[in-house]
Write a protein that binds this ligand. Structure first.
Ligand code: PMT
Length: 206
């Protein structure tokens, strides 16, 4: 199968040196790319700004902003069988961005934000669509809502406040939520082990 995996944060620039972002390191998404490739699949990894090495045999496209990520996904999705969105996409961006560094005296005390497109909602297909849900607290209910709203085959919920889970860790404790309402809570395990579970789920869905 042909996988498209997104990973890492997006950056939404205010001016040439300032941006809005989040703590995603890309580890979860790179683990999915590695596991999918190790299982023999063709993998395109669309990565926000992260400092990780590309897993062997994986095609990588680097992006910066949410709109860049959407364009990259649109470019490759027609050929894909599976989309796994682990990326922590910024939901808002500054209404305007200066191409040079603004002086403090030129900046206002309030930032005008506009909504970014929702990538999962914007792209049609492919056959299997997997999203993540980053929550502060038990993720099952929100994951179920996102599964319905975004028309997904699987949502992988994680509580980003829990030690060993979420941003920047090598491990994750996740909850799988499917459209039939089933909830499967997995124990704390390495992100690579979580990634293998996702790839197995996708293979069974085929
Ligand atoms: O990168 P790491 O440091 O390893 O951290 C991993 C992680 C915490 C980033 C990862 O496990 C995770 O939870 N990723 C999803 C983060 C997120 O943005 O969740 P969300 O609940 O805001 O978004 C729900 C889903 O919609 C996600 O699949 C997201 O990729 C997608 N989305 C969100 C916003 C947007 N504009 N477009 C989207 O497609």
């Amino acid at each position: 199968m042909r996988f498209v995996v997104t990973a890492g944060p997006t950056r939404e620039y205010i001016d040439a040196v300032r941006f809005l972002s989040n703590p995603s390191t890309g580890r979860m998404g790179f683990a999915v790319a590695r596991a999918a490739r190790a299982a023999g699949h063709d993998v395109t990894l669309i990565a926000g700004p992260v400092s990780l090495k590309t897993p062997p045999g994986v095609t990588r496209i680097d992006v910066v902003s949410a709109r860049d990520m959407l364009n990259a996904v649109r470019t490759v999705i027609a050929r894909a069988d599976v989309l796994v969105m682990t990326a922590a996409v910024a939901d808002w961006r500054p209404a305007c961005c200066a191409t040079r560094k603004l002086k403090k005296s030129e900046m206002s005390d309030t930032l005008h934000l506009v909504r970014n497109p929702d990538i999962l909602k914007s792209v049609r297909g492919p056959r299997v669509r997997v999203g993540f849900a980053a929550e502060t607290g038990a993720p099952a209910a929100e994951a179920a809502r996102k599964c319905r709203e975004k028309g997904l085959d699987l949502v992988v919920g994680n509580d980003v406040t829990e030690p060993g889970s979420g941003f920047g860790t090598d491990t994750n404790r996740v909850t799988f939520v499917t459209p039939d309402g089933k909830v499967q809570r997995l124990p704390l395990m390495s992100k690579l082990a979580v990634a293998r579970r996702i790839v197995s789920f996708v293979a069974r869905r085929r």
